[in-house]
Write a protein that binds this ligand. Structure first.
Ligand code: NAD
Length: 374
């Protein structure tokens, strides 16, 4: 596990996924068998790795990736490093015959992402890319509504993602500074468009065109050492996506917006027979039979509470952490050969959408999104 000292690598992947699987007694493979993940922590800072290992009673850690990859007892290479370090490390791991599981985006550009997918295919290894959002309770409930035919014909999707990320001068920023430097793989488009690609694709239909306005609203920020730096990467992306099947999606992604929503991301889906608003955890609906009839009259104050006219969708299931749920499916894929389609080609589609979004904004054009193949 490379990059476990980072935000995602530590909290979501080590703590909430791999260690949580161990705490539940391993992954039940059926027939009385369990898979027991034995992580080897890999990174650049020895003291940080040792500290994490000791905190969790782990014994295996190393600053020497090549040596770990040369170890035949290791089956899977996992990458949650900064994006800019990913391609080189994954190439080495594929060459060493390891199966690959990685955070998104898989590469800085489409060529790099496709190269990884081809190398993995040619090496015959198993591979997966983190696509955690579709495992969130809110989106699982939304998927259930779609599968149950709740919406009729889906017309449109509006997504609102974001929150205020402090600049770092008078309050500490809550994201790493590399996120705001394009030379280090930063930018909200490369961060979030890969998520929107698989969310839209899996729930509503493949993205067929993209049109985006992408910008850097805050040009200067302060880094982890309190030093000012130029924010060269985008911090807001306003995108319009046409979807296979005819629906249109608009998604705002912003680190420069103050939250006036119930959750940090929300999607409103409007269909002929009903609408829903889904967030990370919650999902509320309004059916056509219960749709009120507001009348536009700016001379009068609003007489009804529109938010109260929606009905909560019940859980009806227990939802595990999304990262852990996907890890478990990937481990089953590796151990048992079970089907798994969130692979490096799927990851490349996310990188493609980010790349085309950035081009769309730079050139002021709308782009078709060609279907990828290897
Ligand atoms: N799936 C998601 O929802 C999600 C959310 C946030 C980030 N991510 C992805 O996870 C990856 C890590 O993001 P993060 O927010 O955890 O970042 P982070 O800065 O907290 O962690 C980065 C990790 O990479 C290591 N690293 C290796 N080479 C480095 C270098 N040259 N400079 C700095 N650090 C280096 C760091 O030591 C650290 O362990 C990114 O690719 C990001 O796109 C995914």
């Amino acid at each position: 596990m490379n990059g476990v000292t980072g935000r995602m690598g530590y909290r979501q992947h080590l703590l909430r996924s791999i260690l949580a699987i161990r705490e539940q007694g391993g992954l039940d493979l059926g027939g009385g068998e369990a898979l027991w993940p034995e992580p080897v922590l890999v990174g650049r800072r020895e003291h940080a790795l040792r500290e994490i290992a000791e905190r969790h009673g782990l014994t295996e850690w190393s600053t020497d990736l090549d040596a770990v990859l040369a170890d035949d007892t290791i089956d899977i290479y996992f990458d949650a490093q900064v994006t800019s370090a990913r391609v080189e490390a994954i190439k080495k791991a594929i060459a060493a015959g390891k199966h690959i599981y990685t955070e998104k985006p898989t590469a800085a550009d489409l060529d790099g992402a496709l190269e990884l997918a081809r190398l993995a295919r040619d090496a015959g290894i198993r591979h997966g890319v983190v696509q955690d959002k579709i495992f969130l309770p809110g989106l699982l409930k939304l998927k259930r509504l779609i599968d149950g035919g709740f919406f009729g014909e889906i017309l449109s999707v509006r997504g609102e993602f974001g929150y205020w990320v402090f600049e770092g001068d008078w309050q500490d920023p809550q994201r790493p500074s590399w996120n705001y430097r394009s030379e280090d793989g930063g930018g909200i488009t490369v961060d979030m468009f890969p998520h929107w690609e698989y969310v839209l694709h899996e729930l509503f239909g493949r993205v067929t065109t993209v049109q985006a306005h992408i910008t850097t609203h805050i040009p200067q920020r302060w880094d982890e050492q309190g030093k000012p730096y130029a924010a060269t990467a985008d911090d807001a992306a306003y995108g319009i996506f046409e979807l296979d099947g005819g629906a249109v999606a608009q998604i705002n992604s912003s680190w420069t917006v103050r939250v006036n929503r119930d959750e940090l991301v929300e999607f409103q889906v409007d269909g002929t027979h009903g609408s829903a608003v889904a967030g990370l955890r919650r999902c509320r609906v309004q059916h056509r039979s219960a749709t009120p009839k507001p009348v536009w009259n700016p001379d009068l104050p609003a007489t009804e509470s529109f938010r109260d006219q929606w009905q909560e969708v019940p859980d009806n299931a227990e939802f595990d952490n999304g990262f852990k749920a996907q890890w478990e499916l990937f481990l089953r894929h590796v151990a048992l050969g079970e089907a798994y389609h969130w692979d490096l080609l799927a990851g490349a589609r996310g990188v493609q959408l980010a790349e085309l979004g950035l081009r769309s904004s730079a050139e002021g054009r709308r782009f078709e999104v060609p279907e990828l193949s290897l």
